[in-house]
Design a protein around this ligand. Sequence first.
Ligand code: A3P
Length: 305
Amino acid sequence: MSLEKKKNAQLNEEFVQEVEVIEINGVLMIKTISDNWDPIWNFQAKPNDLLIASYVKAGTTWMQEIVDMIQNDGDEKKCQRASTYDKHPFIEWKPDLPLLPGLDLAMKMPSPRTLKTHLPVQLLPPSFWKQNTKIIYVARNAKDSVVSYYHFSRMLRIYPRPGTLEDFIKKFMNGRVLWGSWYDHVKGWWDKKDKHPILYLFYEDMKENPKREIQKILKFLEKDLSEEILNKIIYHTSFDIMKENPKVNYTTIPRAVMDHSISPFMRKGMTGDWKNHFTVAQNEKFDEDYKKKMIGTSLIFRTEI
Ligand code: A3P
């Protein structure tokens, strides 16, 4: 057996067992996160931190790379200094898995820090509100989110098995997936955005016009970059370039944990892929349920552009 295969087999035995899932205030989480909830909840944010928040599969990695390019004035070499998960610690990530550092790295990282979270607004450590930390929230329409999440759950072997797409859509609609209900997540953060420095952006808008959206980020971060640098950022954070960039495409994670041969992390990177997955019946049911769950909110998503 080759060393690589041996390493993968070992990881398989160690980590790819039945994933234990536990609720925190009604939100499903991996057990190792709930076991470590006290230090996560007590995480000390700082006023000069920047937090990138999103529901799972909203385009977080994309936003992280855009922000990193902005912070480094478009110097793509500097952005190659480390992998996404080392540059921007995932604050609630505290599993036994030594691979992806999260909370521990966040705590020892010198300022200014850029951090990542998928926590719903009600579970965000209170220090972020107290410190008035700037937050960029990325939202993506429910149909593309569920399809992306389904494929991600197939390839990320430390997440609960998704079952069929039909099974997974049902779980998603009922909020019985890790990090909880998409509906509550996007609405919760939307409601918070007028009371806190939160820049609420949409994946679909970024696809449609990255320049316009990056300009919003620049304004929010009080940065001014030349047209030339702006174009460079757009190029280096395009899907085709990021897909081939090992620092951002998660291909450096062992196959026993993320199996890109099942579905690559950088999968399609488009809006409207749900049309290739949903049956007519699934779509009707989803729409009917969506209307009920999103009633009364001013938040509007586009499922095609
Ligand atoms: P798909 O599975 O639909 O392709 P996250 O980073 O929050 O986990 O989100 C991952 C999703 O964002 C995946 O969606 C991935 O392909 C997409 N994505 C990543 N980088 C992107 C980019 N530069 N442009 C467009 N989509 C991107």
